[in-house]
Design a binder for this molecule. Structure first.
Ligand SMILES: Cc1cc2nc3c(=O)[nH]c(=O)nc-3n(C[C@H](O)[C@H](O)[C@H](O)COP(=O)(O)OP(=O)(O)OC[C@H]3O[C@@H](n4cnc5c(N)ncnc54)[C@H](O)[C@@H]3O)c2cc1C
Length: 399
């Protein structure tokens, strides 16, 4: 009997992980990527235990570990004077949540996934090929793929839309599109030799200021400091600006002028900044229509305030692999995927939005937040994230 065949639209982290997850369960996968070349912009990625556990099951973690760093803690600092408001230790992450908390360079994760895919003869990756139409029938899905001026047809047992925040598949299923949130993320990789010593600590540091926050952590054995500044900004993304563009450092200098000197030193040390508009969307309850399903940013676009977009895409990939091997009818399996994943991803979307408000508080509300954070202590801080990071919850059964 021929193995079942899936077409996946999009070779981002979600599409790559889903290809592996299905291939490991005996599926044949055609993975189409619109871009001609798989490039990875934006340097760093936090991979919380709920995601690293699944990468372990996909056989990717061994390839990734030599390039990954296990941060010792998450430190929260006050922008005005650099005071530490909270310290969440991560050295017990693996024992507590069942898998390590990692930070990696996106290019290293992508390479590890592509190497694993290259070893799977049942996965065929084609770049420069966009999924441009589909019609779901009783026994299969008919898919139109565009390669330059050529449009050809493919047939599969199911179509997985892993095509990101501006998903074509999502749009065709009639779901709301993500909208610009009013926040922009400024990203830079700073040579550690030029960064203030406090920033070379093996920690994820989060600075909270009025209407802005800054995150940084070391990557690649501490050679670079991945830095992301998020600010509210009146910005109209469109055309070439939609994804990312060069950001003027003077803008950040002015926005962070009242911040502690160490934070400003890091901002000045960045050779260049790239600016990304951030998109957000209300959770939707329908990711599946017949033999078509959405995953990753296409299913649940979210703000990066919990650092969970890729982690949730990886969870989707893990669950899809599990449900599609149970020998059930494909539509039923995809509905089981939706039931398992929708409530959890919706919670992460909502919590990310709530976190955005808390991070960017100003005035007396910020003072109250800081006092609360200081009073929490490490154990309560850890407990606040059990629902999210515990690898056992990654299947959507959190309590
Ligand atoms: C500033 C910032 C920091 C972040 N930090 C973290 C973090 O620390 N941890 C974390 O877990 N997440 C983080 N995220 C979120 C994370 O980057 C995304 O959620 C994740 O990359 C989404 O992966 P995806 O595969 O769903 O989509 P994408 O990466 O967008 O991939 C979609 C792919 O589909 C392709 N495509 C589009 N249309 C078609 C089509 N019609 N046919 C074929 N291919 C198509 C695109 O070219 C693209 O390659 C961050 C995001 C931002 C903006």
């Amino acid at each position: 009997m021929n193995p079942p065949h899936a077409v996946i639209a999009g070779a981002g982290i979600g599409g790559l992980c889903t290809s592996l997850s299905l291939a490991l369960r005996g599926w044949r996968v055609s993975l189409y990527e619109k871009a001609k070349v798989l490039e990875e912009t934006g340097a760093g990625l936090q991979l919380s235990p709920n995601a690293s556990a699944i990468l372990g099951k996909l056989g990717v973690i061994e390839r990734l570990t030599p390039f990954a760093l296990r941060p010792k803690a998450i430190r929260i600092r006050r922008a005005r004077d650099g005071a530490t408001l909270a310290l969440m230790p991560l050295d017990e992450a693996e024992r507590r949540w069942g898998a390590p908390y990692l930070v990696v360079h996106r290019a290293d994760l992508q390479r590890a996934l592509l190497e694993a895919i290259a070893r799977e003869p049942s996965i065929r990756l084609q770049t420069g090929a966009a999924v441009a139409g589909f019609a779901t029938g009783e026994d299969s899905v008919a898919i139109a793929v565009e390669q330059g001026a050529v449009r050809r047809k493919a047939a599969a047992d199911c179509l997985i839309g892993a095509d990101g925040v501006r998903s074509f598949v999502r749009q065709r299923l009639g779901a709301d599109s993500a909208r610009f949130s009013g926040w922009t993320a400024w990203r830079a990789a700073v040579d550690a030799a030029h960064a203030p010593p406090a920033m070379r600590r093996e920690e994820i540091t989060l600075w909270l200021g009025p209407n802005a926050h800054l995150v940084h952590y070391p990557l690649r054995g501490g050679a670079i400091i991945n830095s992301v500044a998020i600010v509210d900004e009146d910005f109209r993304p469109g055309g070439a600006d939609f994804w990312s563009g060069a950001g003027a450092p003077e803008f950040l200098e002015a926005r962070f002028s009242s911040w502690d000197a160490t934070a400003r030193e890091l901002l000045r040390a960045a050779p260049d900044w790239r600016k990304w508009p951030l998109f957000d969307c209300h959770p939707i309850a329908r990711w599946v229509a017949g033999r078509v399903a959405l995953i990753g940013d296409a299913a649940h676009p979210m703000l990066p305030f919990l650092a969970q977009g890729a982690a949730q895409a990886i969870e989707d990939a893990g669950v899809l692999g599990e449900v599609l091997t149970r020998g059930q009818n494909i539509e039923t399996s995809l509905r089981a995927y939706q039931e398992a994943r929708c409530p959890r991803a919706a919670r992460v979307q909502k919590e990310s939005r709530r976190q955005a408000k808390i991070y960017h508080l100003a005035g007396p509300a910020a003072l109250l937040r800081d006092t609360t954070l200081r009073a929490l202590g490490p154990q309560k801080m850890l407990a606040r994230y059990d629902w999210l990071y515990d690898a056992r919850n990654a299947r959507g059964h959190e309590g």
